[in-house]
Design a protein around this ligand. Structure first.
Ligand SMILES: [Zn+2]
Length: 826
């Protein structure tokens, strides 16, 4: 939520920020609390260490501040145990805390083991499950969020940790006795520190609430919560590994951007929901949401809101994916102004429909406006955590048993109903990418088998987390609803990755089952060294980096001038086998000079592209606005990539006066001229999705957008998978692509060419049939027969216009070749 500041005069006189928690206490409770403070005087308070109470106006603690504080707490109490879970993308040591009674912490390994056994359900009878549920101390995951600009997320966990360790209230004592709290101070430590440092540098200046010019997660910023199943980012893998280790009952993540004027957004969420979650997960989500709302009202915190805006269709949220492993996983969204700057809201800022402050079924205690401070947001989060812990204390036995039951039900369901298994041939168009998909599933605790005959991987569906496999493998059929989907509607991984996978819809024979061997990793795969295989691009880049020679003809690659052992190591690492001798007419592949445009508006699409280029070891340079304007681009680059963004963002960038001067502005007219000169002089410009319209406009290309001006009621797609047919199979850009490739269409253009068009239509949406492969698309006929990818000749160079997202969230491996081929020149 971003709302304009009212007036600068109000900013510095908000009065004393309300301290939290200030839950209503009886006189006796207050005495008890005072006594508790005295009894645990040796545990330092946050303010005694940080010099601030977390949530104070204009103050943000860095991750190092928070960790340093928790190390002091851990040194002075046996109710908390710090555990290192790994490293972040920027190399930080990452620690979490387990908080409980010392006797419970002493048996942490035992309780983790019980959680894991119940989560798998195998070999446990119903009676045994009930007994385990009665005796165990379940683990509850609470975290300080992964969206680092939503600052209350990670600020509030400091006070929460302190109180859970030291409080002697009956409520907290019961929590410590019955539960083990797994507290993640932040699930994006890099971002917490980056945001705190950015804010400290700007507080008190005209740029106090200015957005960061860099992504708070190194590559993907806000998309760090769109990586829940793909696990491309280190942080996603660290959280997933730890979560499989502790198998928490609940996974609760804090966010900030409640639908205004709500103060906190809670389950029940909006429809639609995934059909592959156990229904009990959804029931508990709703129960928890209502419990938080009731608890907040009871503690004098009005404005809980439900059901608007956020649905539970896309499974990629890190705080949703656990539902498929039967951990009740959810997020809440508390109101946010900007950073630690307070803001005063008057009723005239409210939507007209809510200015009357009327009570609604799912908004029965409307917020009336006034000051909103970081301390307020922290307090809402704090009490929401307490509500969840309180509820889990009361219902721990039933919730624990339900986790077992959901796993058992899933196994039984797929013993009775298809698909009974998925079979993935080891020999296929891009086998190393298929292997990558298998490895992703293993990271989620999915069991993979190897079949002797045929030579294939097999995913048996009678396993505890099979719902996740179905969710990722089946084509999505979106229900017809009036409201707009919150995120994309189709993501089928075998489609996106170009992986052949077959659903087995008849019961498996005992003989087939007996022939299967459970595998822990992928061994012995060696695919042809050809452009059909994405791993070949990495191998080529490694060979070129080692000064070897590579020549290519069509799909075939041949190598010379490299040490044999070195070549073998490169091929093995990439799961490839040696190619043949050079074919006649094969062309040498030059070392690459790639520029990737990077705006100061912190583009997530740029970040994903940068990450993929690094993964495939393409050497490249980020070019900022001044680099484009400085010109001489052709001297330095052969290919320049413009990731998905609007023409306005490229041309004008961020408005002067809203951000420190060096980050203001875009490439401007002079930069656009430099890009024109670059292509004219023989360079290749590659544009993703809407950046294509910038190129069409600025280079006056003989191309139009067939979707321009089509009303949303007639054509709309918030992200779905569509089929494109490769029209020019001889082009260097289409080498190795499947004849029918599935791509992510997300609000991009579709092209018509004008009569003076010179170049090639690389790929086209099918004619006379819907291109939709997975998800929701209104008005498919508007895409039918239109060009999806063009190679436009311009001067001595080329513009490759891609009307889709060829690198979407690091998932659409099948489409990577559309841009990777463009890097090797003619
Ligand atoms: Zn968020």
């Amino acid at each position: 939520m971003r709302r304009p500041q009212r007036s600068s005069g109000e900013r510095r006189s908000p009065g004393q920020a309300k301290a939290y928690p200030t839950s209503k206490r009886t006189g006796a409770g207050l005495l008890l609390a005072l006594f508790a403070t005295a009894a645990f005087a040796q545990v330092p308070t946050p303010e005694s260490v940080l010099g601030h109470k977390p949530g104070d106006d204009f103050y943000l603690a860095t991750y190092e501040d928070a960790l340093g504080y928790f190390k002091k707490v851990a040194a002075s109490s046996n109710r908390i145990k710090l555990v290192n879970v790994g490293k972040t993308t920027r190399g930080r040591e990452w620690w979490i805390a387990f908080i409980s009674d010392p006797a419970n912490l002493a048996q942490l390994d035992h309780y983790k083991d019980v959680s894991r056994r119940l989560a798998l359900s195998r070999g446990i009878t119903d009676d045994q499950a009930h007994a385990l549920a009665r005796e165990t101390k379940p683990i509850i995951h609470i975290d300080g969020g992964l969206h680092a600009t939503e600052v209350a997320n990670h600020q509030h966990t400091i006070q929460l940790g302190y109180d859970l360790v030291t409080s002697e209230s009956a409520e907290v004592k019961a929590i410590r006795q019955n539960l083990i709290v797994e507290l993640w101070f932040s699930i994006n430590p890099d971002g917490q520190t980056a945001v705190a440092e950015w804010y400290r540098q700007n507080v008190g200046t005209p740029y106090e609430v200015s957005g960061m010019p860099e992504l708070y997660q190194e590559y993907v910023g806000h998309d760090n919560n769109r990586d829940g199943y793909m696990l491309n980012m280190l942080e996603s893998r660290v959280v997933t590994k730890a979560t499989l280790d502790t198998q928490p009952l609940v996974f609760y993540t804090q966010h900030q951007s409640a639908p205004f004027p709500g103060r906190i957004y809670l389950p029940p969420f909006a429809d639609p929901i995934s059909a592959n979650m156990h229904p009990l997960m959804v029931r508990w989500l709703n129960l928890i949401g209502m419990t938080i709302a009731e608890y907040l009202d009871d503690h004098g915190l009005p404005g809980s809101m439900h059901q608007e805006t956020f649905d539970v269709w896309y499974p990629g949220y890190l705080d949703n994916i656990g539902n498929f492993r039967h951990t009740i996983s959810f997020f809440t969204e508390t109101a946010l102004y900007q950073y630690a700057t307070p803001h005063f809201y008057t009723l005239d800022e409210f939507p007209a429909t809510r200015q009357g402050l009327g009570e609604e079924m799912l908004y029965s205690s409307p917020w009336k406006g006034g000051w909103w401070r970081l301390a307020d947001a922290c307090r809402y989060m704090y009490e929401a955590d307490m509500a969840v812990l309180n509820l889990s204390t009361k219902y721990r036995e039933q919730m624990t048993y339900n986790k077992y039951r959901a796993a058992r039900d899933t196994i039984e369901k797929f013993q009775k109903d298809p698909p009974y298994a998925y079979q993935i041939p080891r020999e296929q168009h891009d086998a190393p990418t298929a292997a990558l998909l298998m490895e992703k599933l293993m990271l989620h605790g999915i069991e993979i088998h190897q079949a002797a005959k045929p030579d294939a991987w097999v995913i048996l569906m009678d396993q505890p987390f099979a719902g996740l496999v179905k969710e990722l493998f089946e084509p999505q059929v979106y229900p017809t609803l009036s409201q707009r989907p919150y995120d994309v509607t189709g993501w089928t991984l075998p489609y996106q990755m170009g992986v052949e996978a077959h659903a087995m819809t008849t019961p498996l024979s005992a003989q087939f089952r007996d022939s299967l061997r459970l595998i822990k990793d992928i061994n012995g795969l060696a695919a042809p060294f050809q452009f059909g295989t994405n791993a070949s691009f990495r191998a080529v880049n490694q060979i070129l980096a080692a000064k070897g020679k590579v020549v290519a003809a069509g799909d075939d690659i041949a190598v010379s001038d490299i040490d044999k052992g070195k070549l073998e190591a490169i091929l093995k690492e990439n799961r490839l086998r040696a190619g043949g001798a050079a074919k006649e007419g094969a062309k040498a592949m030059k070392p690459l000079r790639i520029g990737l445009y990077r705006p100061w508006s912190a583009s997530i699409d740029e970040g994903w592209t940068r990450w993929i280029l690094e993964q495939y070891q393409f050497p490249f340079t980020n070019i900022y606005n001044d680099g484009i304007r400085a010109g001489h681009l052709r001297e330095h680059y052969d290919t320049i990539v413009l990731p998905d963004m609007g023409a306005q963002q490229i041309m004008n960038g961020r408005r002067p006066g809203t951000v420190p001067e060096r980050y203001a502005g875009g490439i401007g007219d002079e930069g656009a001229q430099e890009l024109r000169d670059f292509v004219n002089d023989g360079g290749t410009l590659v544009t993703f999705n809407n950046a294509s319209l910038f190129a069409v406009d600025q280079l006056k290309l003989p191309v139009t957008n067939a979707l321009a001006g089509v009303p949303a009621a007639q054509f709309s797609c918030s992200g779905c998978l569509v089929t494109v047919h490769i029209e020019d199979a001889k082009s260097r850009i289409t080498a190795g692509l499947l004849p029918d490739t599935i791509v992510m269409f997300e609000g991009g253009p579709a092209f018509d060419t004008k009569s003076d068009f010179k170049g090639a239509v690389l790929a086209r949406y099918p004619k006379e049939r819907s291109p939709l492969a997975s998800g929701y698309l209104i008005g498919p006929e508007h895409l039918e027969g239109k060009a999806a990818a063009l190679d436009v000749e311009f001067g001595k160079g080329h513009v490759i216009l891609l009307g889709f997202k060829p690198q979407w969230r690091g998932q659409s491996h099948a489409a990577y070749k559309f841009f990777m081929n463009a890097f090797y020149g003619e």
